[in-house]
Structures are given as C-alpha cells and as structure tokens.
Design a protein around this ligand. Structure first.
Ligand code: NI
Length: 228
C-alpha cells in the first residue's frame, strides 16, 4: 500500500525545519548507504548524530505521534530516528531496495529495526525544484510521487524505488523507516481499510449496534496478527 498523508507538519514547522537545515553541516549521503546502493546514491545528508538531525527528528516523531492516519496505516512498533537529505545540481538516487534491518544507535546501543515501511516527508514545495520525483515500483506499476511541503508518503520497505535527478532548485526531505506490528503489507492494508470504514461509520451512524461488533473484529484480528 502506497499512502499519501497530507499536512503531517504545519507550514510553521516546515519553515522552522528549513531554517535549521540551512545552517546545518551536510555530509555525503553515502554514509548510510549499503555497499550496493552507495553506487546509485548521490545526495547530501545530515549525519545521524548531528544535533540538528536529532532536534528535527524529535519534531517529526512528535508530529507522527499526533497523526491518527499514520498510526492506523503503519501500526508502528519502532520508528528509526528521522534522517534528512538534500538533492540539488542534478543529484539523484537510482533504483534500489533499502536494507531490511537498520540499527538505531541513538540510545547508545544498536537496536535492530526491521524496515517494514519507508517514509519520505517532503520539506520543499514542488514548485521550488524540477525533477526530484520519488518513483516507487508498486504492485500496480511505477508511481511518481512529489508532494507539498509537510506531506508524507508511506510505502512498503520491500519496494524498489528511486529519486529522479533534481535539475533546478533544491529538494529537502526527511526520511525514515518503520517496523510495524504487522509484518505483511497485505495485513496492514486490510486493517487500515477496516479502521477507515469504522471511523466513517462512527461519523455517520454513531449509534449503530454493529459498530461495536466491527470494532471487536478489528481488535481481534490485531490480536491474532500483531507482534507488539
Ligand atoms: Ni531508499
């Protein structure tokens, strides 16, 4: 499931992130690439232990914690501390698949996180740059994604994906991975659709007795499948 979630960050939060990113010390993006993807990767990135990355990463995580669509779609167990990247001057990232396991070292220990889902949070407005589309190979073919600043795209970590060359302007984004309580994309999709349906019914027919039953089905499926 490929899902776009609008306005994860407010305009003020986007402006704050951009102001901090402008003053930050950027490094070559290959610092977090695996051996194979390093050959395809050409961008700049904030080092994981950089104070700006930590500060803005916390801001992003707090925004995600308040976002019920994100929670419902991802059913997150662990979230990798958000990273930040920058593409300009023709930079791109060719087709690759992200490493299955990433180690979160922010606590001082290496905590493994299985990358069930990948997320990109756009921090530049689409009119500020040419190119820079995130192209994701989905079950229905290649999807090209270029969102408003503050919007997020969530997609399965199993997908082949690339970033097209940025031929004008600068593309800033945050990206991170999520280990879900549900490993399988098909199960996450079912649970998301069920949750969306229950919420809609709660709005339109709040007194309907079947709502209690449906909510029970949701939780009993989650109990059966989840690895909390
Ligand atoms: Ni990637």
């Amino acid at each position: 499931m490929l899902l776009q979630i609008p306005q994860v960050l407010t305009a003020e939060q986007v402006a704050h992130c951009r102001e901090r990113l402008e003053q930050a010390d950027w490094a070559d993006g290959r610092i977090t690439a695996g051996h194979q993807s390093a050959k395809a990767k050409d961008n700049a990135q904030l080092p994981e232990d950089s104070p700006v990355a930590r500060e803005l990463g916390t801001l992003v995580l707090e925004a995600l914690a308040r976002n019920s669509t994100f929670f419902s779609a991802a059913l997150p167990k662990r979230i990798y501390p958000p990273l930040f990247n920058r593409y300009a001057g023709g930079q791109s990232f060719g087709y690759h698949i992200d490493n299955a396991i990433r180690y979160d070292r922010s606590s001082g220990r290496a905590e493994p996180i299985r990358t069930d889902l990948s997320a990109t949070l756009f921090l530049s407005a689409p009119e500020e740059y040419d190119g820079g589309e995130l192209v994701i190979e989905d079950t229905f073919g290649a999807q090209s994604v270029k969102l408003a600043a503050g919007d997020l795209v969530l997609y399965p970590g199993t997908s082949l994906h690339k970033v097209l060359p940025v031929t004008r302007g600068t593309r800033l984004a945050s990206f991170f991975w999520i280990q879900s309580m549900l490993r399988e994309d098909s199960q996450r999709r079912l649970m998301f659709e069920l949750d969306v349906s229950i919420r809609r019914l709660t709005q339109t027919v709040p007194e309907h007795p079947s709502l209690v039953q449906l909510t029970g089905v949701y939780h009993n499926l989650l109990r059966r499948w989840a690895e909390p």
